[in-house]
Design a protein around this ligand. Sequence first.
Ligand SMILES: [Zn+2]
Length: 262
Amino acid sequence: MADNKGDFLRYAVMDADVYAMCVQHALSTEKEEIMGLLIGEVDTIHKRSYIKSTMILTRSDKKPDRVEISPEQICTASSYADKLAERMKRPWRVLGWYHSHPHITVWPSIVDLRTQATYQMMDPFFVGLIFSVYQTSGNSMNNSVYICCFQTVRNGSSCDKRCVNLEIAPSSLKSYNLEGSIKLPKILYEEEVKSHDEQTSEDMDNLTRLYNESIKTVELVHIVSYVAKPLAIDLEERLNITKKRIAELEKLKRRLIAQKNQ
Ligand SMILES: [Zn+2]
């Protein structure tokens, strides 16, 4: 397979809101890898990507290192990107994917490099992001988040990673991107209910059924207390800051109008 040497991504710029959302998503579970698609615009002349939004994906297979994206999911994401593009009046599209590595190093696995290579065959500027979370070093209790922004280079039959520079930029006022965050608890809830229902069968005795129900309740409480509640507090805080900012800008506007009229 020929690697198109000329076309590769040099630089990626990610909105701070999108970064926060991906990290939040990655931290939502310590047990499994999570994944999603990245949406934004690509400057093919300067080989730069501007990541403006995400779409969280539900996992059909929750096994470790199994982060496959189905063609249906890509299709749904494309039409979601089209809708966003229309709303923002910008040429937004699906430009990459992200997934998490809980407790393991940030570097892409062979499976990740191969998956990335297949995407690059369709779009040479497609980018992969990995968030490594829940990694503690030595006796330290600090939890660090590592990010790897990469593409795959093919060397004969083997695949290597090429690191892409990543910049996290302040989100512009116009493109606040909180829709995705709001969807997170709902998606996690749906995944949990689905995987629970798959494990429950008609011929189970009452005690087993009761036990399974209690496990499901515990998992759902976990989503509420560790994801939904902190998210609500965070958004509440953000609303307060935005209100303050609006008030300050209104004050500035009045002052400028007064100066102009003097
Ligand atoms: Zn991986």
